[in-house]
Design a binder for this molecule. Structure first.
Ligand code: SF4
Ligand code: SF4
Length: 137
């Protein structure tokens, strides 16, 4: 089992430092890998990252909601969306994303398609080498 970062992730980065096995990696380039990703093969399922995320974007894999009910105002961040998001992250770095959509209160979203990108990032994507191109965003 692993934990999964879903598209509720807007790269706040609070989760990264608390991972005891350093398996949480920010995606680059943003146009291809807009989220932050957990390596499913290395995650030890400790759960330490979950309370660190101000957007509640992280779930155990078998608890990723297929019908997440939006509080309203939160963003989803995934390829194919074209909305603009910007804010300062956990470290004060300004984050700008052009792959978002703001949710309306009460709307439901299936977050289970976000599971596979966590796997793909490490098998066919840049994986840990993304750290070499990390600009703090
Ligand atoms: S703390 Fe949440 S929003 Fe921030 S990078 Fe981690 S999963 Fe994404
Ligand atoms: S559950 Fe633990 S090991 Fe897995 S990504 Fe989160 S902090 Fe790291």
């Amino acid at each position: 089992m692993t934990h999964i970062i879903t598209s509720l992730c807007v790269r706040d980065r609070g989760c990264i430092e608390v991972c005891p096995v350093e398996c949480i990696i920010p995606g680059v380039p943003l146009e291809e890998f807009p989220m932050v990703y957990i390596d499913p093969d290395t995650c030890i399922d400790c759960g330490a990252c979950v309370p660190e995320c101000p957007f509640a974007a992280i779930f155990p894999e078998d608890e990723v909601p297929s019908a997440y009910t939006a509080k309203g105002g939160e963003y989803i961040n995934k390829l194919g969306l074209t909305g603009h998001y910007e804010a300062d992250n956990h470290h004060g770095t300004h984050v700008v994303l052009e792959t978002t959509r703001q949710l309306e209160a009460g709307e439901t979203v299936d977050l289970t398609p976000d599971i596979q990108p966590n796997y793909d990032f490490f098998t066919s994507g840049p994986g840990y080498s993304a750290k070499d191109n990390d600009n703090g965003m």
